[in-house]
Design a protein around this ligand. Structure first.
Ligand SMILES: NC(=O)c1ccc[n+]([C@@H]2O[C@H](COP(=O)([O-])OP(=O)(O)OC[C@H]3O[C@@H](n4cnc5c(N)ncnc54)[C@H](O)[C@@H]3O)[C@@H](O)[C@H]2O)c1
Length: 371
């Protein structure tokens, strides 16, 4: 198969869908790899590194889209990329379609077979291609929150770790999954007073064991959310209902009960956000203020640390990418976990949560692949 990787064009996105290390693996499986010139510049991998790994360097993204059977990317395709996709092509990337009706229409119109990293599953009920970026975003969330909390940046002026004789700052983490765990680890590392809120009691038990009493855990109710948000210096939004738009757990009304200059870091913004007042921001202008509360809502947080992120992402995506390159659509027929990643196929939505969020009829993946 001919596999292509264009340069990412989303604002301040420096990651790349294929590292030179991944290229070597595809080439060793007998595939041809096209890389847009400069695609790896953000992670310090120049064209020579890709050439040495066995890739063919092409000048433009247009050439990559026109000549490849499968496109491997990081972020969802942008409008000028949708129009270059076509029916006999596989798109393998993050999509986050539920909050994005325009992109959904674009992909449906193209006829492409689009596999979303974020809905591929594993045997343990996890999301193995979302997890590495959730680890990065969770860890970054505390760095972002701590920075925004500084007075000069509009925050309350609290040091999360406190100092001897002064209480530490309070961090509330809503959603104790992968993002939540890693945010809590960083917040604990800084010496903050940390509470994790989740609606899964088994998960709260696990977190209690992991942190050995060093964090508080709370079951997610409106009362718990209000208590924790009202006393927090930093609130991290990290909930997920796979494939669906994030539930709005913190309303605008609740902001009035919070401390002025407190910070909301809405990591779940890529699924629409879990704070009512969230709207997506970019690394160029990551924060804004509503009712005295600082909001940080960057939809591609891992893009800020592309070297770490691109390698972590490639570690996770390579296995399934090779399956797709080796077997084409049969890889989706053979592996139910990869099939769960199928969001769009030949003009139909094949993911239930996406279909329900956007009001489309869902087509069964098995049936559309057999057709
Ligand atoms: N902004 C970014 O750059 C970025 C990067 C990576 C991940 N994300 C996003 O972060 C979010 C979390 O990802 P994850 O990998 O941690 O997911 P996850 O599935 O590991 O964890 C989600 C957690 O939310 C909990 N939850 C669901 N509904 C809840 C509720 N009402 N109250 C409290 N908890 C609730 C679940 O029980 C689960 O433990 C996702 O939307 C993901 O797409 C964003």
């Amino acid at each position: 198969m001919r596999v292509g990787c264009p340069k990412e064009i989303k604002n301040h996105e420096y990651r790349v869908g294929m590292t030179p290390g991944s290229v070597r693996e595809y080439v060793s499986h007998g595939h041809e790899v096209l890389i847009e010139s400069g695609a790896g510049a953000g992670i310090g991998a120049d064209d020579n590194a890709y050439h040495a790994a066995g890739a063919r360097i092409v000048k433009t993204a247009e050439e990559v889209f026109a000549k490849s059977d499968m496109i491997v990317k990081v972020k969802e395709p942008q409008p000028n990329e949708w129009v270059q996709l076509r029916e006999d092509q596989i798109l393998y990337t993050y999509l986050h379609l539920a909050p994005d009706p325009d992109q959904t229409k674009g992909l449906l119109a193209s006829g492409v077979t689009a596999i979303a990293y974020e809905t591929v599953t594993d045997d343990r009920g996890g999301l193995p291609l979302l997890a590495p970026m959730s680890e990065v975003a969770g860890r970054l969330a505390i760095q972002a929150g701590a920075t925004a909390l500084q007075k000069a940046n509009g925050g309350r002026g609290v040091l999360l770790g406190g100092v001897p004789g002064v209480l530490p700052g309070k961090v509330a983490v809503i959603g104790g999954g992968v993002v939540g765990l890693h945010a809590a680890k960083m917040a604990v590392g800084l010496g903050a007073d940390v509470t994790i809120i989740d609606r899964s009691i088994p998960r709260l038990r696990q977190l209690d064991d992991i942190f050995n009493g060093r964090v508080h855990t709370r079951y997610s109710t409106v009362e718990a959310l209000e208590d924790e948000c009202f006393s927090a210096d930093v609130v991290v939004g990290a909930v997920l209902i796979p494939g669906a738009a994030a539930p709005k757990l913190v309303t605008r009304e609740m902001l009035s009960g919070m401390k002025k200059g407190a910070v909301l870091v809405d990591v779940a913004i890529d699924q629409g956000g879990c704070f009512e007042t969230s709207h997506a921001t970019t690394h160029a202008q990551p924060t804004y203020e509503v009712d005295g509360i600082i909001h940080y809502c960057v939809a591609n947080m891992p893009g800020a640390v592309p070297v770490t992120s691109a390698h972590a992402l490639n570690n996770a995506t390579l296995h399934y990418g090779l399956q797709l390159a080796d077997k084409g659509l049969k890889a989706l027929v053979d592996d139910p976990h990869l099939r769960n990643g199928l969001n769009v196929h030949k003009g139909k939505i094949t993911n239930r949560a996406v279909a329900e969020s956007l009001g489309y009829e869902m087509a069964e993946p098995k049936a559309v692949l057999a057709a």
